[in-house]
Design a protein around this ligand. Sequence first.
Ligand SMILES: NC(=O)c1ccc[n+]([C@@H]2O[C@H](COP(=O)([O-])OP(=O)(O)OC[C@H]3O[C@@H](n4cnc5c(N)ncnc54)[C@H](O)[C@@H]3O)[C@@H](O)[C@H]2O)c1
Length: 359
Amino acid sequence: MADDFIFRREPLERFIAAVVAAGGSEPREAELVAGNLVLANLMGHDSHGIGMVPRYVDALLEGGLKANRHLEVKLDAGAMLTLDGRMGYGQVVGVEAMELAIPRARQHGSCVMVLGNAHHLGRIGHWAEMAVREGLISIHFVNVISHARVAPYAGADARFGTNPVTVGIPLPGEPPLMLDFATSAVAQGKMRVAYNKGEKVAAGLLIDDHGNPTNDPRYVVVPPWGALLTTGAHKGYGLSVVCELLGGALSGGGTWHYEDHSRMRVYNGMFAVLVDPARLGTAETFAHETRAYLDWLRRCPPAPGFDKVRIAGEPEREWRAKREKEGIPVDATTWKEILDAGAKLKLDRGVIQRLAEAK
Ligand SMILES: NC(=O)c1ccc[n+]([C@@H]2O[C@H](COP(=O)([O-])OP(=O)(O)OC[C@H]3O[C@@H](n4cnc5c(N)ncnc54)[C@H](O)[C@@H]3O)[C@@H](O)[C@H]2O)c1
């Protein structure tokens, strides 16, 4: 099915902010949520863009997501921070957490920050980018408390979420390296996008409700439940367990280890390490070696069927340039779900209509 609508960034942000505000959020919260989600779409990650709004609205109505909640500092030991998101919007408590950790890393050379009980933190690259903009390396392991959707290596049903790993590295004279991926073979949201578009997906990503391979995304969108596989077989599985142990257990937010099919909320626990590369005494070598190494990588001839070798972060920058210019495509199913979510919050139909027409 073709994408049905093309939006410019600003009207889409205004529209999403209006839906979030209808859920009781203060204007700044509504803007942060809308800005974060639309940016994910701009960067090509529709799975973590505005399509999340219906889930947020359901979570809000069920009480698992709390509007206008701010971070609680559980422990502040200088370069070690233990933070609790108190079930607030990840787009708000995530900003607050990074705004605390960044100056600490500047002051001490590094900072270890854990954040538990944040509602969905969206694209984890968003948080690494905040630190990278300040010249810091930012490493993140994140667990997901929502519904188990990913099977462990050698397992026939789901035991954990899509637990993302992210590393941002500022590169002297270059755009940063931004490695940011789910440890599942593919992000679950991408399966929702494919399901909404009526598409099948590539082989090797999913198992059905009997543990057999399938390319039908329905098995991770609607019952009967199958599971996503991990990326890189046992290696992605290992990383995912690290995300549970550091992002979940060590953050204080908790791990996924129970059956719970009833609730719409998505909590993330995050373990983050921020490092000031200028403080290790290797700045000159770092600058020289990164330039030499990236040049070496880029001179690698492309394999058949590929145009060039890219560095992590480049695809998102390419998407962003394209979508800033051409607009953001939104499929009809996703759009309808967002309108329905707005209606659940009694968002005025006239507002919906005017904002939709502004696309
Ligand atoms: N909050 C949550 O609970 C949660 C859970 C899972 C994933 N996520 C987010 O979902 C987003 C998407 O994850 P994903 O696994 O679908 O991403 P993906 O499979 O598109 O991989 C993205 C990473 O691979 C790099 N990349 C892509 N193509 C490349 C190429 N040709 N050459 C070099 N590098 C390349 C990108 O720059 C990026 O670093 C991420 O932002 C992640 O943080 C969030």
